[in-house]
Ligand binder design. Sequence first.
Ligand code: TTP
Ligand code: MN
Ligand code: MN
Ligand code: MN
Length: 431
Amino acid sequence: SPAEENECNRNFPEWACQRKAKLEHLNKKLTSAVEVLQEFAELRDSNQDYSRALAFRRASSVLKSLPFQVQNVEQLKGLKDIGEHVKTVISDVLDHGSSSEVEEILKSEWFKKMKLFTSVFGIGPSTAKAWIERGWENLDDAQKDGCPSGDWRIAWGLAFFEDLNVPVGRIEAIAFSQIVQEEAECILPGVITTLVGGFRRGKSQGHDVDILLSHPTDGAEMGLLPKLIAALGKRGLVLIGHKEKNSFRSDILYQDFKLSARGQLDHFEKWLGICKFPKSFSTPKISKKSKPEINQPTPCTTDTDLKATADSSLDESMNELYEPKAKKTKGSEAIELEPNRISAAPRDWLARRVDLIIAPKSQYYYALVGWTGSKHFNRDARLYAQKKLGLKLTSHGLFNLEKREPLTAQSEEEVFSHLKLPYIDPADRNC
Ligand code: TTP
Ligand code: MN
Ligand code: MN
Ligand code: MN
């Protein structure tokens, strides 16, 4: 009843991180319309001011958590994140089945090109804009120029565009993370391997596979990543990738409270890359017989084997070859030719984006929350921590900047209790 809805709106939690948001909710038609406006604002306003995009994001987040299906805008009375602009859009969708503003955006050539270009691995809104300004219409135009920036991600992202735009299924993601777990356990017994990102929030598909690794003993995780990449390489699962060193520094952390636009970025040691997923990953039962060489769990690579390959040429030389600025060298020919040659050759695998993140145990539960997301959950929780508690939340911890001390956590629940938030299950963090 209207009275009950008004009561519900009055008690509606102000922050997204205080609410439950399941993947399935009652207002999909409305949130997809609002999310087009959000996406348009994010692409258009990148480099300047995300406040318009943020307003749409907050509105759609509210709609996702509402316990009722909106049938008229009166029902939104008292909800502070639903502004007049969003109300107009919602009315249009409710009255006519669609919003003319949304339809215009979806039809616009600029939006279509931005969506296409930003769906390439390594391309953000500013590069996409630069490509449009050069008059490029499609990915062939980008391919013709080779890899203009010399960035390995763009070269391989273009060459494997089709593969990488087929959503990764949950079964594949689990098959791959089990192999990562096996290999990591051989290298570092007791290792903790967790499939994070959208899959941990219950999504059945994703654009990549995010895996967080840690170990009960703080510091034991050091040195794991290069060995793990080498072991996966030995199993024929690595296409191309890049390691980032740990760059966490508490002295810098305590200097500054500002939540930058790049607030999502953290300082963990990680590997961002593209792996080769045998096609059998998505149909594990049938292919176990037809492709035994892939599915048979291969015996662990021994420590001595790993010593031979871990620090060997493979990884380092790949990084050298595909590093930006290698434009006029032999390396850049490899950028321009290799990815396309490999993608065009016959193969029984799909290229899949993989993120491997290494966190020391002392930061693990904050890393787990951060890498579970959603992105909006993180943004909201970080802003909430700053505004309501005067604390800085990152994937490394929760920090009191005045006392210069961290609030450590031994569980995800403890992260939430430090934040004075009710515990929210990963499946309910789809805000
Ligand atoms: P993504 O893989 O970008 O997002 P996702 O897994 O939620 O969605 P998809 O299914 O399309 O892959 O990032 C994983 C989570 O990690 C995301 O929810 C936010 C967080 N994150 C960070 O904390 N730091 C980072 O640098 C990035 C890229 C993401
Ligand atoms: Mn992901
Ligand atoms: Mn991503
Ligand atoms: Mn990711």
